[in-house]
Write a protein that binds this ligand. Sequence first.
Ligand SMILES: Nc1ncnc2c1ncn2[C@@H]1O[C@H](COP(=O)(O)OP(=O)(O)OP(=O)(O)O)[C@@H](O)[C@H]1O
Ligand SMILES: [Mg+2]
Length: 334
Amino acid sequence: MPGIGRVRIESKVQILMETKLAIETTGLVKVFGSTRAVDGLDLAVPLGGVYGVLGPNGAGKTTAIRMLATLLPLDGGSATVLGHDVATEADAVRSKVSLTGQFASLDEDLTGTENLLLLGRLFGYSRAAARSRSEQLLSAFGLEEVGKRQVKNYSGGMRRRLDIAASIIVTPEMIFLDEPTTGLDPRSRNQVWEIVRALVAGGTTVLLTTQYLDEADQLADRVAVIDHGKVIAEGTTGELKSSVGSGALHVRVADIDTRSAAAVLLREVLEVPITEEPDPAALSARIDDPTRVSRALPALNDAGIAVSTFALGQPSLDEVFLSLTGRPTEEHAS
Ligand SMILES: Nc1ncnc2c1ncn2[C@@H]1O[C@H](COP(=O)(O)OP(=O)(O)OP(=O)(O)O)[C@@H](O)[C@H]1O
Ligand SMILES: [Mg+2]
């Protein structure tokens, strides 16, 4: 019977469409007084993996996340999280999503262990189960030694890790991490990255906001760049970077008296403008053709100019942003 066959195909397509996206927003709006913090945001976040939301201070990242986590009402548009409408099915969203980051709160006067035990009990674990989950998380996050210390005496990195531990007492289907590594030293940043990878391996979908392209690069499968509450670019980090050339060359000369000569030489070899950095030994340049870079170091050597740093880095978020908007990110800070 052809009719039945068609119905079946249609319902299969529908199931696929419904299950593929972890988050879908259409024209999301949030207004604070005269500020349109989120201004027509369209997002399609696939299920599984890490989706990055990149943007400078004040872009609207936290506001968008708070709406998706049902902590703020929508002023316009619509959003579904794991198939549930955030406006009409808030309870269903809350039961599936965990939020941590800029607004997550731990009790400062309690120890790390006490915070986790309390949360475990709140989620309905027995005393014994709460204790065992708390021990498991403290150990997984490298916090066993400070479990008995009050949270107010934690370092930034320990705090951030405890924050994430607290939000995954019950393994969530989806977690929102709002700038989980801002202000952390490189080692703590790496630890948080490992945690995020472990979450993904366990099947959790992660929505991560960050101001750093390199962080998105390390973790995210796809990213949306947002500015003034709107998506201004979407794709893989590779696609974003290739939109601004290959990267940036950073050079430091061993003797600051040789910097001018090095700048002249590099301009000749690279055929791009050379920037003298505030550091009196440092020079930098935007690179479009990496093959020229390989000629620059021998040229400096031949001229007898010793360098202490010669590094080709990725474009920063600022450079991506500058290329997308024609303005540096600082101008967007509010
Ligand atoms: N409760 C509020 N009342 C008034 N204005 C707000 C409120 N929350 C956010 N804003 C404004 O909305 C805009 C977006 O802020 P939001 O915190 O979402 O940005 P963000 O991308 O998270 O920035 P950051 O990287 O600094 O965390 C900013 O202009 C901010 O000042
Ligand atoms: Mg924020």
